[in-house]
Design a protein around this ligand. Sequence first.
Ligand SMILES: [Zn+2]
Ligand SMILES: [Zn+2]
Length: 288
Amino acid sequence: MSENTSDDPSLLVIAVDTNPSQIVIRKNPDALTKIINSISAFGNAHLMQKPQNKLAVVACHHHESKFLYPSAEKPQEFRQIDGQYEFFTFVEKSIKNNLSELIKNAPNISNNSESLLAGCLAMILCYILRIKKSQPTGSNLNTRILVVTGSEDSAHQYMTYMNVFFTAQKERVAIDICALDNTLVLLQQGCDITGGHYLKVPQLDGLLQYLLWIFLPDPSIRSKLALPPPVKVDYRAACFCHRELIDIGFVCSVCLSIFCKFSPICTTCSTVFKVPLPIKPKKKKLKT
Ligand SMILES: [Zn+2]
Ligand SMILES: [Zn+2]
């Protein structure tokens, strides 16, 4: 395999969290429109850089993940607006129409439900691998994922996240994270593993500027740019029994599952461990 260079075309997949439970959206319902507008403009800026560049946008909701662009649905009627290049108008319209369909068809939720981000990333990886396979032999395609989310970390999805991160690392897919609200410990690990960049946006109003500044350049040329220094990554793992982040735990020597308490049978691979016997204190010999 040859090294990825900045001369090769690049495929960018944007995963945008559209879950209405996000605090950013609950506080200000206009925030989702702002985020989608910024993402459409950013996606078009990526396409503008090179004619062979490819783009995909996936919405991650609380009940499913769906491709907003490109989509299987027939392209709807569109006409040129204000002299904008037709293809860019098409990308923007597809994203907005498919998202409104997704929101219309979403089941109502009474309490907060988390976004299915880990599953969404797994779906994106499958898509990337399919596109890579369909490339003519000898041609190179740089691939990366950008996640834009205002959700909290979810230790429940720890296993899927780790599988996604290590697959992405193996397939040389960089994962960039743009956090809108919370500090995301698990996703920071993903950035670090795959060579992506993590940024917590200080102000939502400037989202497009942050995206263009930090996430538009390909990872291969980022080292030449003056970007914010990488964050210190918290490498704590989540225990498999309670899905909580722990500092010290027990690791199964067979399947490497992590537990916060000792258990004689591993719940993942059913290996039986010997229970450590309590050491009896030796009787002191009495002097005669
Ligand atoms: Zn536990
Ligand atoms: Zn095990």
